[in-house]
Write a protein that binds this ligand. Structure first.
Ligand SMILES: [Ca+2]
Length: 487
């Protein structure tokens, strides 16, 4: 079509696209073709509480839709299983010892390079709505409307661009309302990146009225390891304070323990009480993600928008007798990671390649056609999303948890996980654990001292040192800092 045949609006649009194509030579020719990003992150949603990950305890039809229409990662892990550190890693693509946010209560240095800043510079509209928890104000966002700290489930206060306002309603609904409202008001001539961050299903698991009666009718199945006695494991497991049996508070349980129960019946009751409310909060997230997906459909955005669903960390759903996260054990280390992007990702696919949360930033930059800065500690997942995983894709991941002393008394530890084994060092107490993940997927038998595993132990130690050196992890010898805010 010649310029004469165009309306003024079309002509301006075309010229704008050409200017952007010149400014960003690595990106598609038109701004309109650069993908939008809706990054959905919940707080403490374990992969084994999504039906697309084989949940035995609940159904998540709307979240499953992202898996059905996109790719499900079977082995996506966080590098430090805790709220604040995970969020700092999301933004920077770097481990906690590099981005400086090791434990809750640290303050995020917002002057660092983050992927939203780079997208913003490349012409994207950026926003973060919901849980933030990094202690300093967001940077790199055109719009932000966040919860202070943990935020409240009912009638929460939000901080919108620095201004505190109390709202009526349920937090999961409100976060979705605000996220959709921002999308409605967006500049349609430019791509957007929205971080849509739920507070749910974080402790203390307060459901809304709509889901309050779910799971009343039939008991929720118990996990196989609910009665784990932690034999053969380190003292870190035995001395942590996150058991369903003893550490749920009256505020967590919200109902008095029925009188006259045997110890075992009380244990069962506590597990049900915990899981009922946890899963009710998840059900509301599922409904609201469904609302978001419908909105994208109605706006005609489904095709050109990368939709990611993940959680800031995994969670113990009674596994090993626990609630909470922090440990490098599978339930806490693993996160759901679903990606829908019809232009690139074949629907209904899965990948067993190991992804880590340091990969998210380089992936978004890559897909947006923005050059990644040096120093990122993850790798773009694009080839995996395209169904062409490179031959040199990683075969091991490094993990490091720092918050001790702190809530739940989980010792500091680092470790390495390969496709078959896991080695953990609780370095302040110098205790070790080695697990054969193929023979012992529930991590019940520590074979660190077993002579039959001497050779694999040697290999795992070597891999751990290689990763610590490659990632430049400093020795953590400082006296333990004061415990951060509990979360
Ligand atoms: Ca969390």
């Amino acid at each position: 079509m010649s310029a004469e045949g165009m309306t003024r609006r079309e002509l301006v649009g075309t010229l704008g696209g050409l200017a952007l194509a010149a400014a960003f030579p690595g990106s598609p020719a038109h701004a309109a073709e650069r993908p939008n990003i809706v990054y959905i992150m919940t707080d403490d949603h374990a992969a084994h509480a999504l039906s697309c990950y084989g949940s035995k305890v609940n159904k998540t039809p709307n979240l499953d839709r992202i898996a059905t229409e996109g790719m499900r990662f079977e082995n996506c892990f966080v590098t430090n299983s805790l709220c604040g550190p995970s969020r700092a890693t999301l933004l920077t693509g770097k481990y906690s010892h590099v981005n400086g946010f090791r434990q809750n209560g640290d303050r995020f240095d917002g002057s660092q390079v983050t992927f939203p800043k780079l997208l913003q510079k490349a012409g994207y509209q950026t926003a973060v709505v919901g849980k933030w928890h990094l202690e300093t104000d967001p940077t790199g966002f055109d719009y932000w409307n966040i919860l202070p700290g943990q935020g409240a489930y009912h009638n929460p206060v939000f901080i919108e661009m620095g201004e505190r306002k109390k709202h009526q309603g349920y937090v999961t609904d409100l976060i979705t309302d605000f996220a959709i409202e921002w999308l409605r008001k967006r500049d349609k001539s430019r791509p957007f990146c929205l971080l849509y961050h739920h507070k749910a299903p974080h402790r203390n698991w307060q459901p809304d009225a709509k889901h309050a009666a779910l799971y009343e009718d039939a008991p929720i199945p118990e996990p196989e390891t609910l009665r784990d006695d932690w034999a053969t494991r380190s003292s870190a497991a035995r001395n942590s304070q996150m058991t369903v049996a003893r550490h749920l508070t009256p505020g967590d349980l919200k109902k008095p323990v029925p009188p006259g129960l045997t110890p075992d019946a009380e244990f069962k009751w506590r597990y049900q009480r915990y899981m009922q409310d946890y899963l009710r909060c998840v059900a509301s997230v599922d409904d609201n993600v469904g609302r978001m997906l419908e909105f994208l459909d109605k706006e005609g955005l489904a095709e050109n928008t990368i939709v990611v669903y993940t959680s800031d960390n995994g969670f113990f759903l009674g596994d090993h007798g626990w609630f909470d996260k922090r440990f490098m054990f599978e339930e806490s280390l693993r996160v759901p990671f679903l990606v829908r992007y019809p232009k690139l990702v074949k629907p209904g696919t899965t990948s067993d390649r190991m992804a880590i949360n340091c990969d998210y930033a380089p992936t978004f930059l890559d897909l947006a056609g923005v050059e990644a800065p040096g120093g990122l500690q993850g790798r773009s997942l694009r080839p995996i999303l395209e169904g062409k995983p490179p031959a040199d894709w990683r075969k091991s991941i490094y993990y490091h948890y720092y918050e001790f002393p702190g809530a739940h008394a989980v010792q500091r530890h680092y470790g390495v996980r390969t496709e078959t084994h896991k080695l953990i060092h609780y370095y302040r107490i110098d205790e070790w654990e080695l697990f054969d993940l193929k023979k012992d997927p529930h991590e019940l038998r520590n074979v660190y001292a077993d002579p039959a595993h001497a050779e694999v132990l040697k290999q795992m130690r070597g891999e751990l040192e290689r990763l610590r050196s490659e990632l430049r992890v400093p020795e953590d010898k400082a006296p333990p800092p004061k415990a951060g805010k509990t979360k």
